[in-house]
Write a protein that binds this ligand. Structure first.
Ligand code: SPD
Length: 367
C-alpha cells in the first residue's frame, strides 16, 4: 500500500543524491598564501568553524617568491599577500581581479587615512585590502651589543649595522640581514645620503660597493630564521621587520631566558609598507575569498592577529581590542616625529630591477 512517509523519504534521498552529484554539497575550500608568522594561532580555525569553509594555508617569506608564482600564473591560490609596491607592479600586468566592494560590508571598518596612503600604490583602492603595516629596522641583543661595542654603541641609527667597522665587531656575535634586495638597497642608499628610490644606476654601484664591504661581517641573509636566532641568542643583531623582531622579544619572555632584545627605527629613517590581501585573476573560490576578507576586517578578529604577530593593522575600530603592549608600543605605532622619517618604496623601471637583482647576486656571492 502507498505510504506517504516512505514516499517522502525516497524523494528526499533522490534530492540529496542529485545535489551531491551536481557538486552543490561539495566542501567549500579556500587557498591562502601568506607570509610566515603572520596570523594568530586560532584565526583560521575560527573562520572555518564560523563559515564551514575549509582553508588550505601556505606561507612564503619573500615578495620575490610570491611574485615568481603570480607571474607564472595558475598559482592555485584564492588570496595572496604582496607588499604595496609589489602589488602596484603586479596590477600593471593584470594578475589580480578588482575587488567588488559590495561584497565587503566590513570594508567600512578600514582606516580612511591609511586607505588614502595605500592608494599611492593602488589607485582608488581597486585591488587590495590592507592587512598589516610595518617598518624595516634593527633588532639587537642589548647585552651582547653593549659588550661588543661598549656603552656608546650607536643604538639609534643605521651606523650600528651599516658602518663596516661596527659590523665587523658585531660579526663575532652574529649578524642577520633580510634576504630582500628591494629593501636592503633602498636602506643602504638612504644611509649613504642618496635617494632610497633612486633610478640612477651609478647610485646602485655605490650601494653595491658598500654592501660588499659589509658582506664578510654578515653571518647570513635570511628573512624568517632571524626570529628564533635573536630569541635564542644565536645572533646579536638583525635588520628585520618590526613585528618579527617583536615576536623574538615575546619568545624570550615566554622562555624566560634572560635575553634582552630591542627593536628601533633608525633616526635616518626607514622603509614603511603595507602588506595587502589581493585575489589572483584566476582564483577559483571567489565567494570564499570575500568571506575571509570580511572576516579579517572584523575589529576583534584583526586585533587578535595584531596582538599575536605584533604588527599594526588598518581597521580603525580594532583599537579597543588591542593589548596595551601593542597600542602603546612606539615600534608598532610610531610617534608622529618618527612617522615623518618613514618612506615608501616606489616601483622601479625594469632596468633598475634587473640591476638590483644582478648586484644582489654579486653581494651574496662575493666573499
Ligand atoms: N612574518 C611576517 C613578515 C611580513 C613581512 N612583510 C614584509 C614586507 C616587506 N616588503
Amino acid at each position: 500500500m502507498f505510504n506517504i512517509v516512505n514516499w517522502l523519504k525516497a524523494a528526499m534521498a533522490l534530492i540529496l543524491i542529485s545535489l551531491s552529484l551536481s557538486g552543490f554539497a561539495k566542501d567549500r575550500q579556500l587557498y591562502i598564501y601568506n607570509w610566515s608568522s603572520y596570523i594568530a594561532p586560532d584565526t583560521l580555525k575560527n573562520f572555518e568553524k564560523q563559515t564551514g569553509i575549509n582553508v588550505v594555508y601556505d606561507v612564503f617569506d619573500s615578495n620575490e617568491m610570491l611574485e615568481g608564482k603570480l607571474m607564472a600564473g595558475n598559482t592555485g591560490f584564492d588570496l595572496v599577500v604582496p607588499s604595496d609596491s609589489f602589488l602596484e607592479r603586479q596590477t600593471k600586468v593584470g594578475v589580480f581581479m578588482p575587488l567588488d566592494k559590495n561584497k565587503l560590508p566590513n570594508y567600512q571598518n578600514l582606516d580612511k587615512n591609511l586607505l588614502k596612503m595605500l592608494a599611492q600604490h593602488d589607485p582608488d583602492n581597486r585591488y587590495a585590502i590592507p592587512y598589516m603595516w610595518l617598518t624595516t629596522g634593527i633588532g639587537y641583543n642589548v647585552d651582547m651589543v653593549k659588550k661588543t661595542l661598549g656603552d656608546d654603541a650607536p643604538i639609534d641609527g643605521w651606523d650600528l649595522v651599516l658602518n663596516p667597522m661596527n659590523l665587523k665587531k658585531l660579526s663575532n656575535c652574529g649578524v642577520a640581514f633580510l634576504d630582500a634586495p628591494t629593501e636592503i638597497f633602498p636602506t643602504v642608499l638612504n644611509y649613504l645620503g642618496l635617494n632610497p628610490n633612486s633610478q640612477n644606476p651609478d647610485d646602485y654601484k655605490i650601494a653595491t660597493e658598500h654592501l660588499i664591504k659589509l658582506r664578510q661581517s654578515i653571518t647570513y641573509f635570511h628573512s624568517s630564521k632571524l626570529i628564533n636566532d635573536l630569541a635564542n641568542g644565536d645572533i646579536c643583531v638583525a635588520v628585520g621587520w618590526s613585528g618579527d623582531i617583536m615576536q623574538a622579544i615575546a619568545a624570550t619572555k615566554e622562555a624566560n631566558n634572560d635575553i634582552n632584545i630591542k627593536y628601533y627605527i633608525p633616526k635616518e629613517g626607514a622603509i614603511a609598507y603595507f602588506d595587502v590581501f589581493a585575489i589572483p585573476k584566476d582564483a577559483e573560490n571567489i565567494d570564499e575569498a570575500y568571506a575571509f576578507l570580511n572576516y579579517i576586517m572584523e575589529p576583534k578578529v584583526i586585533a587578535d592577529i595584531s596582538n599575536h604577530v605584533f604588527y599594526a593593522n588598518a581597521v580603525s575600530n580594532a583599537y579597543p581590542y588591542l593589548d596595551d603592549n601593542i597600542k602603546q608600543n612606539p615600534a608598532i605605532y610610531p610617534s608622529p616625529e618618527i612617522m615623518e622619517k618613514l618612506f615608501s618604496l616606489q616601483v622601479m623601471p625594469p632596468k633598475i630591477d634587473k640591476l638590483m637583482t644582478r648586484s644582489w647576486t654579486k653581494v651574496l656571492t662575493d666573499r
